[in-house]
Design a protein around this ligand. Structure first.
Ligand code: NAP
Ligand code: MG
Length: 477
């Protein structure tokens, strides 16, 4: 059974209740986590506050950097253990789970180096005055993490928060907590003080809500769905608590007739099958120049037919979806496609040996999806790619911008002037040109516009969000 981690100690929940953990590859229960409550959150916030007040806030930035570097090294040494935990928890194929553990180490490495590079300014002002700004930590930060990339999102969120000098209380998704509990233990091992990193597991509407409401939380970083993002903002607004929101996306891949398809097509496939399509930045809409629409769909269809889903340990193109309700959600979208005569170009397969009790979905390519259809508007969060043709650049921009989301856009074209025009015209937090998120981008600020959220995590920019600016004006004559 898994326990909360509060004040560098493993703790049972005061509720006395647990939640079963399912392995998505076979639907079997393999562990239990604590079903925590508001009392446990209160304990964690107190531990974090005490840590902050009694030493952490006075710890020199360089020392915080050394601790984060030690944690990075510990995670790197424990990659096999961590990826196995997350693989079981989330149903990720081995290469994906391993890449996520490696990325976690890289986040801590990046933020280790950032700690002592964050500083304020001096500002010219009236004669006889000196004005300076300090970047100060908020104090205790709350972090609500989704199940799709627990290690990566934990790394980018608490990595930035700790680098800026905050103490953290983390609420992982109930579907995927195991790797994070283990990383918090590793942090204690390498010398993080008690209360710097606290993990409290449980249901979002119980323990997540209690975290968002707690008056001792000074900033909330939320990654998850737009609807829960709204709830978090409403709760936080009551006490004017700042929030960073990383919400969903319906990201377009825009392919012009002059694109290098040998480079584009594998990236387009990967962007929708990675993590079985359960990725905020999944390239879930495919916008293609009508001049190459048919030949492109033919090539892409042949690639989709070869894709295989199966148990995580088989390390195929994709594993199962996270849970039965997610599988049902994808099925509902696909039955809408059928009811509305939206044609399927191609579908991959689920391997025969995949247990029937697992939550599998074969990757699916749909064509001529009307821009206003819910398949083209809402996050499916499964391996379903919706293709549509565009007439010209203006039409491509109009289609790309025609959803409530604005997280990522991919543009594939050899025309340099068009690359810049498209980058300017797309309403999106990120635009990738002739690549799609290559290299992981730990250094690159990440976040959305519109219903994809606001504020940025990753990169140095995240440190702005995890701090508040204090202006000091001194009259000295
Ligand atoms: P979700 O249902 O919004 O859950 C996200 C987190 O919020 C979970 O830890 C959840 O806990 C918790 N939660 C649920 N209700 C809550 C409440 N009333 N108060 C406080 N916390 C609450 O989203 P999800 O289904 O896990 O994740 C998928 C969504 O996240 C998609 O929309 C995806 O695009 C988005 N996402 C965005 C990014 C990004 O960077 N932009 C990255 C990854 C995912 P429980 O699950 O334990 O109930
Ligand atoms: Mg699980």
């Amino acid at each position: 059974m898994q326990l909360n981690f509060i004040g560098n100690a493993s703790q049972v929940s005061s509720s006395g209740l647990t939640i079963p953990m399912l392995d998505p590859s076979d639907g079997e229960v393999f562990d239990q986590i604590q079903r925590s409550n508001a009392k446990d959150i209160d304990d964690a916030v107190r531990a974090a506050r005490q840590c902050f007040d009694t030493g952490w806030s006075k710890t020199p930035a360089a020392e915080r950097g050394r601790l984060l570097m030690r944690l990075s090294a510990r995670v790197a040494q424990g990659v096999d253990e961590l990826y196995a935990l997350e693989q079981r928890d989330c149903g990720k194929p081995t290469r994906q789970a391993r890449a996520d553990a490696v990325a976690l180490a890289r986040y801590f490495e990046f933020y280790a180096g950032a700690c002592d590079k964050l500083h304020g300014d001096t500002i010219p002002y009236l004669d006889g005055y000196s004005v300076l700004t300090w970047r100060e930590p908020h104090g205790v930060t709350g972090h609500v993490i989704p199940w799709n990339y627990p290690m990566q999102i934990f790394g980018r969120s608490i990595g930035g928060a700790l680098a800026a000098g905050n103490a953290c209380v983390v609420k992982p998704a109930e579907d995927a907590c195991l790797s994070l509990i283990r990383v918090a233990q590793m942090a204690a091992e390498v010398g993080f003080p008690a209360g710097a990193i606290n993990i409290v597991t449980g249901y979002g509407h119980e323990v997540g809500d209690a975290l968002a409401r707690h008056p001792g939380i000074d900033h909330i970083s939320f990654t998850g769905s737009p609807s829960v993002g709204t709830l978090i903002q409403q709760v936080a607004a009551q006490r004017h608590c700042p929030v960073t929101l990383e919400l969903g996306g319906k990201s377009p891949q825009i392919v012009f007739a002059d694109a290098d398809l040998d480079a584009a097509l594998p990236a387009i496939v990967n962007a929708i099958v990675q993590n079985a399509g359960q990725t905020c930045s999944a390239g879930s809409r495919l916008l293609v120049d009508q001049a190459i629409y048919e030949p492109l769909l033919e090539r892409l269809g042949a690639m989709f037919e070869k894709l295989r889903a199966g148990p995580a340990s088989m390390d195929l193109d994709l594993g199962p979806l996270i849970r039965q309700s997610q599988q049902q959600r994808v099925w509902d979208f696909l039955s809408d496609a059928q009811a509305d005569n939206i044609s399927m170009v191609a579908q991959g397969s689920v391997v025969d040996v995949a247990p029937e009790t697992g939550f599998y979905q074969a990757p699916t390519l749909l064509r001529d999806v009307p821009v206003e259809h819910r398949l083209a508007q809402q996050e499916i969060f499964g391996p379903v790619l919706c293709a549509m043709a565009f007439r010209d650049e203006d039409h491509a921009v109009a289609l790309a911008n025609a959803t409530q989301f604005g997280l990522v856009a991919g543009v594939w074209t050899a025309d340099g002037a068009r690359q810049f025009r498209m980058a300017r015209r797309l309403r999106s937090g990120q635009v990738f040109i002739n690549n799609y998120g290559a290299g992981g981008g730990v250094e690159l600020p990440f976040g959305g516009v519109k219903s994809s959220g606001y504020g940025r995590e990753k990169g140095f920019e995240a440190l702005q969000g995890f701090t508040t600016l204090k202006t000091v004006a001194i009259k000295h004559g």
